[in-house]
Design a protein around this ligand. Structure first.
Ligand SMILES: Nc1ncnc2c1ncn2[C@@H]1O[C@H](COP(=O)(O)OP(=O)(O)O)[C@@H](O)[C@H]1O
Ligand SMILES: [Mg+2]
Length: 299
C-alpha cells in the first residue's frame, strides 16, 4: 500500500483496523511550524549566550490559551534534560521548568522551584534561609535558564502580591545571572509591563492565532502526515484550510482537536481520508460555542 503521504512512524498505525486506530492514542507529536521553530531557536540562543552576563536578556512568549506555548517549552526542555555531572558527583539541571502556581505567592514560587529541582516537600527549607537555599541549590545544579509557564496566573494575586512576584523574578535573574523565559497569555504581558525594569529586559515573542495562508496549509499538511489514514486528505488546500480555520477558531490545540474528531468521523464512515464533509460533521464544538453552552446552563 502506498503510504508515502505519511511520516514513516505513522505508516504502521495506518495499517491497523478501524477500531484499533480509533483506540490508539492521538498522535501527540511535535510539529515544528515556523513560529515554534523560531521560538526554540531563540531559546537555544539565550541558553548559549546569556548565562553569566551581568544583565541577561529575558524572553516572554505570549499567545492565547491552547496555542502551543507549553508544547514549545516542553520540546525545548527535552533537548536539555537533567543529567549527572561529568564526574558524576552531582545532578545538572541545565533548564528548570516550573509553573506559576494558580494562587501564587513568593513562597509558593520558591516551593515550585524546589519541587522542580526534585527536593521532596518535607525537605523544603523554611524561611528566612529559604531564598539562600534556593539560590545555592540552583547554582549547585548549574541551572542556566529558568522557564516559568502559565505566568498569567500572577494576575490572580492582589496588586501588592504581584509586585512581590515581579521583584522575585528580578531578584532571581540578577542573583543567578541566568535568563528567565516566561510563557503566558496577554495578561502575563500586562503584568510584566507594570514593572519598568523588568519590561525592559523581557523581549516579547508573540504566538498569534493562526491566519489563513500557505503557512497554515503547511501546518495542516504536517498534521495530516501523522493521521492514521491510508489516503491523502490534502488538508492544506485552500477550501479545506478555510473550513478548518473557521471551525477551530485558529488555535493549534483546537485544530488538533477538530482533526481528531474529523478522523473519527471519517473512519466510522468507512473513509480513508478526511474530506470537507467529515470536517463539517465532526463531533466537535468550537470554543465559543462551548462557552456559550456553559453560560446558558448557568443561567
Ligand atoms: N508544536 C506542536 N505540534 C503538535 N501539536 C501541538 C503543538 N503545539 C500545540 N499542539 C497541540 O495543541 C495543544 C495545546 O497546546 P499547549 O502547548 O498546551 O497550549 P498552551 O500552553 O498555549 O495553552 C496540545 O495539547 C497539542 O495537542
Ligand atoms: Mg500552557
Amino acid at each position: 500500500m502506498d503510504l508515502v503521504h505519511l511520516r514513516p512512524e505513522a505508516r504502521d498505525l495506518a495499517l491497523l483496523s478501524v477500531s484499533e486506530r480509533l483506540a490508539g492514542a492521538p498522535a501527540n507529536r511535535w510539529i515544528g511550524y515556523t513560529r515554534a521553530n523560531q521560538a526554540v531557536a531563540l531559546l537555544e540562543q539565550l541558553l548559549e549566550r546569556e548565562p553569566g552576563r551581568i544583565r541577561p536578556r529575558n524572553l516572554l512568549i505570549v499567545g492565547p490559551t491552547n496555542n502551543g506555548k507549553t508544547a514549545i517549552a516542553q520540546h525545548f526542555l527535552r533537548g536539555h534534560l537533567q543529567h549527572p555531572s561529568e564526574k558524576g558527583e552531582h545532578e545538572v539541571v541545565p533548564v528548570l521548568l516550573v509553573q506559576m502556581p494558580p494562587a501564587p505567592t513568593v513562597s509558593r514560587v520558591y516551593a515550585a522551584i524546589l519541587t522542580g529541582l526534585g527536593v521532596p516537600e518535607g525537605l523544603h527549607p523554611r524561611s528566612p534561609s529559604r531564598e539562600g537555599g534556593v539560590l545555592s541549590l540552583m547554582r549547585q545544579v548549574e541551572c542556566r535558564m529558568l522557564i516559568i509557564d502559565e505566568l498569567h496566573n500572577m494576575l490572580a494575586a492582589t496588586l501588592p502580591r504581584q509586585r512581590e512576584l515581579l521583584n522575585l523574578l528580578r531578584y532571581l535573574g540578577n542573583e543567578l545571572h541566568i535568563p528567565l523565559v516566561c510563557f503566558g497569555t496577554r495578561d502575563a504581558y500586562l503584568a510584566v509591563r507594570t514593572d519598568d525594569q523588568l519590561e525592559n529586559r523581557f523581549e516579547p515573542f508573540l504566538l498569534p492565532i493562526w491566519e489563513d495562508g500557505p503557512e497554515f496549509g503547511r501546518l495542516l499538511a504536517s498534521f495530516e502526515a501523522v493521521l492514521p489514514l491510508r489516503e491523502r486528505s490534502d488538508l492544506g488546500l485552500p477550501a479545506m484550510r478555510a473550513m478548518i480555520l473557521q471551525r477551530s477558531e485558529g488555535t493549534i490545540g483546537e485544530v488538533a482537536a477538530l482533526l481528531a474528531a474529523a478522523l473519527e468521523t471519517a473512519l466510522l464512515g468507512g473513509q480513508e481520508r478526511i474530506d470537507i464533509a467529515a470536517v463539517e460533521r465532526a463531533s466537535y464544538q468550537p470554543p465559543t460555542v462551548r462557552r456559550r453552552t456553559v453560560e446558558r446552563q448557568l443561567r
